[in-house]
Design a protein around this ligand. Structure first.
Ligand SMILES: [Zn+2]
Length: 101
């Protein structure tokens, strides 16, 4: 009925708890869905160069969080020439913690 649900997270449709979000982040990092990034959220390009993000703050009801798949991400990271990643503030915080491990 609703094909957009399949495009979200594997377990779309329900809120994920912290442990589930952390598992999801590790899956996405392993799969390359979440790019290598530095502590300041700069992307690390294939040549090893840091690509700084332009961060836009503001809830976007149309888009979905790149981590948990739920709508309404509050942060959008624009990486010039590469990609846009959108996250909930909480999901982004957990991603920062996971990549700092
Ligand atoms: Zn999220």
């Amino acid at each position: 009925m609703a094909p957009e649900i399949a495009a979200g997270a594997g377990r779309a449709g329900k809120q994920m708890n912290e442990r589930e979000i952390r598992e999801r982040i590790r899956e996405l990092m392993t799969a390359g869905q979440l790019p290598p990034a530095r502590a300041d959220s700069s992307l690390v390009s294939e040549s090893g160069r840091a690509v700084p993000a332009q961060v836009h703050v503001g809830t976007d009801d149309i888009e979905r969080c790149a981590i948990c798949g739920q709508p309404g991400p509050q942060l959008s990271y624009y990486y010039p020439g590469t990609r846009i990643l959108r996250f909930h503030a909480y999901c982004d915080l957990l991603w920062q913690e996971e990549r700092a491990r």
